[in-house]
Design a protein around this ligand. Structure first.
Ligand code: GLC
Ligand code: CA
Length: 580
């Protein structure tokens, strides 16, 4: 893909799909997913309609935090393949017009990284100052412990050299010392290495925690912003058009500075929105979403929110009030094993009690919201989770491709798999798998695929404004997505009953609403107030067209019908997948 031809803010128009290499597809039968396996499934992803792949960490690591504990920033974890396998994957992904986003873990390394091995061996090590040491565990007392189920303190005693070292996550992940200019240089080198290889974006892990300062909570410090601005400037200079995404699990006010004046991160996750989508659908009421949207400040023009329902971590509840957290725990994590740290370790379908209407409605919200949506592998087919597996591993089980052995994930002897696939009666791979869903137009996979197609047919969704409508009936969440040339009205019924709602559409008198899934025309808007009836958990996506526009679009459709090149059927593409 010649980069010059594409706008530099391409990240506003993409749909991201998140992938753990380990869990996606095993090509050589050793029970562990790998790059050749993933490359063989690119046509599946292309046809799902996603346009960027975000890969979880894949460089060498003892895998005590699934690769976020880095032992080597430059080499691929051997079971996942070779550097050539990675480069081949990158090339094949780009050939299909998709982007690749990889991880940049700045804040910490594994304790098996050679820097730390040396640093902990002697106070005179040239790498001692790569990490943060202290004689007492009393420094930075105001800092919270993030993995509070497993770690009691952010300090761990190192007996050989008789000092404590600082870590915001697991004790086997010592924090790097960003006060040290050498550390900064090393990380800049890492950034340039991956951009030079051709990745399109970096998801920067745990950015709020780079620096520590006494008397603060050691998050979002000004020094962190200075370093990130420097990193951004160097990227812009050498790699214009590449993207940086911030993982900052913070309030919208605290995330705002990570966009800077458009000179820091291009994107940042909207963490607080996510749990509120789950509150709204549980309460059958839009107000918690409206509240967080109203608290979300505008961001610089060149920037974009990244929005999501689920990911590889627990559904974090750090950004809600104590009351909201208790509510979400009561509704979604009755079984204590479903809880982890300050969150819930479950997948989307089980969270929605496997109610298709609710799953589809959540996607209706995600895919019509401003920001760039991120989908989590397996959630497109409604995969389940496994609370018996430790940590967050229950939501990282093998992708379910078919009802063959190991769900089509691997030819290995089942006991050799890195972790068992889901096998229960409701979510087991015998029932929930890609092959089962591909031929059914109304399967979760195909409905999501259709939503993606519609979203991608207009730049409006990634770029347009959002205007909330305020009907009295708060069970219904309705809004306009608008750009200069396009306007779509979205209605979501968050409740489990049929609802009727009256919208003030006086601005659109004379327009015709066209339902985007069926192409059906609704009656022309003639009066100021338009009345809708929506089934439980139903949704409408309606393009509002002026009569002339409508005629124009019909002509375009008629012209298209005569053009021959129909895209190959989804199944055909799946079967074309490289064997193995
Ligand atoms: C991020 C990752 C998480 C990891 C942590 C520590 O929050 O999403 O999976 O455990 O950073 O690296
Ligand atoms: Ca393998």
């Amino acid at each position: 893909m010649p980069r010059e031809e594409i706008s530099s803010d391409w990240y506003k128009d993409i749909i991201i799909y998140e992938i753990p290499i380990k869990s996606f597809r095993d090509s050589n039968g050793d029970g562990i997913g790998d790059f050749p396996g993933l490359t063989g499934k690119l046509d599946y992803l292309k046809n799902l309609g996603v346009t960027a792949l975000w890969l979880l960490p894949f460089t060498d690591s003892p895998l005590k935090d699934d690769g976020y504990d880095i032992r080597d920033y430059y080499n691929i974890y051997p079971s996942y393949g070779t550097m050539d396998d990675f480069l081949h994957f990158l090339e094949e992904t780009h050939k299909r017009g998709m982007r690749v986003i990889t991880e940049l873990v700045l804040n910490h390394t594994s304790n098996t990284h050679p820097w730390f091995v040396s640093a902990r061996s002697s106070r005179d090590s040239p790498f001692r100052d790569y990490y943060v040491w202290s004689d007492t565990p009393d420094r930075y007392k105001d800092t919270r412990v993030i993995f509070n189920d497993t770690e009691k303190s952010n300090w761990t005693w190192e007996p050989k050299t008789r000092q404590f070292y600082w870590h915001r996550f697991f004790h086997h992940q010592p924090d790097l010392n960003f006060e040290n200019p050498q550390v900064q240089e090393e990380l800049l080198k890492v950034v340039k290495f991956w951009f030079r290889l051709g990745v399109d974006g970096l998801r920067c892990d745990a950015v709020p925690y780079l620096y520590e300062r006494e008397g603060t909570n050691c998050e979002n410090l000004p020094e962190t912003h200075l370093f990130m601005k420097r990193l951004r400037a160097e990227v812009d200079l050498e790699f214009p058009g590449r993207m940086l995404l911030a993982e900052a699990n913070q309030t919208p006010q605290d995330v705002l500075p990570y966009f800077g004046n458009g000179d820091e991160f291009h994107m940042a996750y909207h963490f607080p929105l996510m749990p509120r989508l789950f509150i709204a659908i549980a309460q059958g009421d839009r107000r918690s979403i409206v509240d967080i949207l109203e608290k979300t400040p505008p961001i610089p023009d060149s920037c974009q929110w990244a929005i999501f329902l689920r990911n590889h971590d627990e559904l974090t509840l750090e950004m809600v009030s104590d009351l909201e957290r208790d509510y979400l725990w009561t509704i979604y994590a009755q079984d204590p094993r479903m809880r982890l740290n300050i969150g819930i370790r479950r997948r989307l379908a089980p969270l929605m009690q496997n109610d298709r209407r609710k799953v589809d409605l959540m996607y209706s919200l995600l895919l019509t919201f401003p920001g760039t949506p991120i989908l989590y592998y397996g959630d497109e087919i409604g995969m389940g989770d496994n609370v018996h597996l430790g940590d967050r591993n229950g939501v990282r089980t093998p992708m379910q491709w078919s009802f063959d052995r190991n769900g089509g994930f691997s030819r290995a002897n089942p006991s050799d798999l890195f972790t068992p696939p889901i096998q229960n009666a409701l979510y087991g791979y015998q029932v929930v798998n890609v092959e089962n869903q591909i031929d059914f137009p109304t399967s979760p996979l195909n409905v999501l695929r259709q939503m993606i197609q519609i979203r991608q047919s207009s730049r409006l969704f990634g770029r347009g404004k959002m205007k909330l409508l305020t009907p009295k009936n708060t069970h219904v969440f309705a809004y306009l997505r608008e750009s200069e040339e396009d306007v779509v009205l979205v209605l979501n019924n968050l409740s489990d009953r049929t609802e009727s709602v009256v919208l003030d559409l006086s601005r659109f008198r004379g327009y015709v609403p066209v339902e985007l899934f069926s192409g059906k025309r609704f009656p022309r808007i003639l009066r100021a107030h338009f009345h809708f009836t929506i089934s439980p958990y139903g949704y409408f996506w309606l393009r509002l067209l002026l009569p002339e526009e409508e005629a124009g679009r019909r002509r375009i459709r008629a012209a298209r019908k005569t053009s021959p090149a129909a895209p190959p059927a989804f199944r055909e593409l799946l079967e074309r997948e490289a064997p193995g």
